[in-house]
Write a protein that binds this ligand. Sequence first.
Ligand code: CP
Length: 313
Amino acid sequence: MGKFDHKDLLGIGQLSVEDISLILDTAESLKEISTRDIKKVPALRGKSVVNFFYEPSTRTRISFEMAAKRLSADTVSISASGSSLVKGETLKDTARNLQAMNPDIIVLRHSSSGAPHLLAMEVSAGVINAGDGINEHPTQALLDMFTIRERKGRLHDLDVAIIGDISHSRVARSNILGLTKMGARVTVSGPPTMMPVEIEALGATLVSDPVKALKDKDVIMMLRIQLERQNKTLFPTLREYSSFFGLTMRLVREARGDVIIMHPGPLNRGVEITSEVADSPYSVILDQVTNGVAVRMALLYLLIGGSKGDNAD
Ligand code: CP
């Protein structure tokens, strides 16, 4: 196994092609554990993982918890409303207090971009970014790349379209960084009011017309409109948004015949994607969730277990 020489996982930008391949290969070998009758191996016995979620989450929070437990780590979960944040404690003081209890990993989701980076400077524990504001969601991009590689056999030389609210999407940002690094071509499409001006500097190609953007694509990744991050409405009505950018079967037919449809969740059925598409054979949305556990197991293992030469089996 290669060497993963990082204390934290804060963003896809910090990872090399070799790092990403190592994470995906490790996840591939660990995925089988979740299919066993007894879904547990001792690889991280005696290690502790704190899941600190300042924002709501279903998939990422449960996935990290399951991943840690399947590797026999001890886990503690706290939310903003159940922490002393509501009494005015700062993130820095919270970090110092968590560090005083000597966890091995802190998984942080936060509404402010850069919060995990601040935490990582304060603690000697490893920090994993579980989504920070509109910045990055690196573990989502890794599980997305795992799912694409599993289905298509490779990442290089694939054509991927990412459609929707690009400017508020940490998922889009992490995926553009990761997929282009791994040799895929990424096209983005969405309303001009939801498109960052510097999008092409990230390595993506902007095609405003979604019909043209989907032409001959191997992968379509749909995004949720991040209404909670918009301080004003950036389109006239949901119905109008949906009529332009919502993924219907008619639009799917613009892509390649073996296209896969992805969505990080949660879905807004009937807005960015119809139920007919979300539940179709093209959809790998629930595979993404399954693969999220394997990818997070791999990360925990590589960050706090793998370097010690432990055997994950
Ligand atoms: N994809 C994702 O981050 O989902 P959650 O917000 O439910 O964790």
